[in-house]
Each structure stands twice: as structure tokens, then as C-alpha cells.
Design a protein around this ligand. Structure first.
Ligand code: PMV
Length: 335
């Protein structure tokens, strides 16, 4: 039992995978079937305050100023249970989480959300976990959250152990870290509700004839991406990034029934990225479990790429991110 009220606030940046995580080897522990590689982004930040309070009868979750829906609260409660078990406490918690994302971007915030929650909850519960243990904890909230513990380029290990003790992320240094930018083109306008990544990756693994080929591709793309990062070869990294995203979507498109995340504007944005490249710009596209297009580019090219994306019909909002830093505690102590 935490004797008194105890609060910690943490912030974490979202990340975008350049080599995607798409498929699990264990659904309960969120163990990935393959590794992944991402870039943490400084413009997409979640700040989360966790307060363990003996006066609370149940956990509470406030997301962007409003009480969370029951499903979101249940997922957070299950995550807090992991922290309570590790700290040998039963105290309930109030979680107040705020996303500083481009307005109404519809971008997934589970990576930054669970990374910030892991750091804040462990801190408030009084358990001292190192970055690797925090990555393993965050992974159990959302697979991609394991990567948001770290800044810059990050490698997630699939691991082999049944208990997930070797399925964690770690940062990868690269001469490209300060040079790269990610332009985020939000595709809006009447998009039907997309399939959540959790269900969609399970459905792809169960029904897609291309899933096996996808799993064979990932280790090759990871090795080539790591070599490109070490060599500072952005053209090579970009080619892997775009090819890997298209392969992930191909596996999902081939599921039965199909998982289709793209809108017409997604393909228009993709065509613009290829035209920019043909025109001599550095621009490589990636897409996740939604219609938005993220463009890997350089500090020098980012403004021009963003301007071109703004002109694509159906793109409603465009922002530029540099590489973000690791998840950190921003305040601790009594509320
Ligand atoms: O962490 P989840 O369960 O939201 O899955 C993330 C899935 C993708 O964003 C599509 C790929 C990735 O590696 O982030």
C-alpha cells in the first residue's frame, strides 16, 4: 500500500515505424512476431500524470480533458494492475493524460500514451525501473509504445522468450538523427472508422496469404535499415521505409475480408511523394493503421515537401517533426 498520495508526471513522444510491427507471437503479452524500427517524433507529445490515492475506490482516466470511454478505462486499469503487481500495492490511481498532437489529426497516440503512462505510473508507485524494464512494461500496453521510451531511431527486438523478457526496444545512434524530418500529412474527410491495429494485425496473421512473406521480409529490411542508419545513407533508409510500408499494407489488403486503410487522398499523397522524388527531393512515404501519409525527408527539404503535401486534395493538415527525445519524468512528488 502506498502510504500517502503519490504523483508523477511524465512526457513521451510518439514514434512512426520505418520497418513496421505487424503481427504478434503472443497476444496477451503483446510479443511481436518480428522486430521493428522507428523514429521518435518531437511534435507528437503525450503528457500523463498518475496519482495513486488511497481515497480512490476505482481507477479514473481523463483523456484530453474528458472522462475516458469504458473500453479505454478498462485497458488503462489492466495496465495499472501490472504496475501495482510489480510494486506490491493495491492503491487505485487517477490518470490525467493530454496529447499535444496536430489538431484533430486522428493520429494514433497509443505509443506515446503507454510510454508516458509506464514512466509516470512506475514513478508514482515508487518502483525504480531502468529503460529496458520500462520498455517491456510499455509494450504490454501497446507494442509500439515499447519504442517511445527512447529518442531518435529505435530498434525493437522480437525476442524469443515466452515471458517477453527479451522483447524490448533500444535506441540506435545514427549520423542521420539530426538531419531527418517527418512531414505528417493528415488525410481527413469522411474516412470510415478504421480497424484498430490490434484486431487488424491478428486478422491479417490469421487470413492473409501474404502474411508469411511479410514475416520473411521484415528481418531483411531491419538488417538493411540498420546498415543504412550506421552508414548515414538516407536514400537507402528511405527506400526500405516506403517498400516496407507498402508490403505491410499489401499483407493487410490480402486479408479476407480485406483490411483497407487507404483513402483516395492517401494514394494522391503517395503519388505526390513519388513525383517529389522524381523532381530531385528527398521524400519517402510510410502509412500506418489509418489513411495518413508520413514523409521521411531532410531538414533542408521539409518545407518544400510540406508545401507540396498541403496542395494534395483531401490532405487537411500538414506538420513537420524532427527527431524527438526519450520519455522523461517532468514532475514528481505530492500533487
Ligand atoms: O502498437 P500498436 O498495437 O498500435 O501497433 C502499431 C502498428 C503500426 O503502427 C501499424 C506499425 C508500427 O510498427 O507502429
Amino acid at each position: 500500500m502506498v502510504p500517502a498520495v503519490s504523483t508523477t508526471t511524465a512526457r513521451a513522444c510518439a514514434n512512426i515505424a520505418l520497418v513496421k510491427y505487424w503481427g504478434k507471437r503472443d497476444a496477451r503479452l503483446n510479443l511481436p512476431a518480428a522486430g521493428s524500427l522507428s523514429l521518435t517524433l518531437d511534435a507528437l507529445v503525450t503528457t500523463t500524470q498518475v496519482t495513486f490515492d488511497p481515497a480512490l475506490a476505482d481507477d479514473e482516466l481523463v483523456l484530453d480533458g474528458a472522462p475516458a470511454r469504458p473500453g479505454e478505462l478498462a485497458r488503462t486499469r489492466a495496465f495499472l494492475d501490472l504496475v501495482r503487481a510489480a510494486a506490491a500495492i493495491t492503491t487505485r490511481a487517477r490518470v490525467v493524460s493530454k496529447n499535444e498532437f496536430p489538431t484533430a489529426s486522428g493520429l494514433a497516440s497509443s505509443a506515446s500514451g503507454y510510454a508516458a503512462l509506464a514512466v509516470a505510473a512506475a514513478g508514482a508507485a515508487g518502483i525504480a525501473l531502468g529503460p529496458r524494464a520500462l520498455s517491456i512494461l510499455a509494450r504490454q500496453g501497446s507494442g509500439s509504445a515499447a519504442r517511445s521510451l527512447f529518442g531518435g531511431f529505435v530498434r525493437m527486438h522480437a525476442g524469443r522468450a515466452d515471458d517477453g523478457s527479451d522483447a524490448f526496444a533500444e535506441p540506435l545512434g545514427s549520423p542521420l538523427t539530426t538531419r531527418v524530418r517527418m512531414v505528417i500529412a493528415v488525410v481527413g474527410g469522411g474516412a470510415p472508422k478504421t480497424h484498430g491495429s490490434r484486431d487488424a494485425m491478428e486478422h491479417t496473421a490469421a487470413t492473409s496469404p501474404l502474411y508469411r512473406a511479410w514475416l520473411e521480409l521484415v528481418p531483411r529490411d531491419l538488417a538493411a535499415a540498420e546498415a543504412a542508419l550506421a552508414a548515414g545513407d538516407l536514400a537507402q533508409l528511405g527506400a526500405i521505409t516506403e517498400g516496407n510500408a507498402l508490403a505491410m499494407h499489401a499483407s493487410a489488403l490480402a486479408a479476407r475480408p480485406a483490411v483497407v486503410y487507404w483513402q483516395p487522398a492517401t494514394l494522391a499523397a503517395l503519388a505526390e511523394v513519388r513525383a517529389l522524388r522524381a523532381g530531385g527531393h528527398v521524400a519517402w512515404a510510410t502509412m500506418d493503421a489509418g489513411p495518413h501519409v508520413k514523409v521521411l525527408t531532410t531538414a533542408d527539404d521539409a518545407t518544400g515537401v510540406a508545401a507540396a503535401m498541403r496542395k494534395v486534395p483531401g490532405v487537411t493538415e500538414v506538420s513537420i517533426s524532427a527527431a524527438g527525445g526519450p520519455a522523461t519524468i517532468v514532475a514528481a512528488g505530492a500533487p
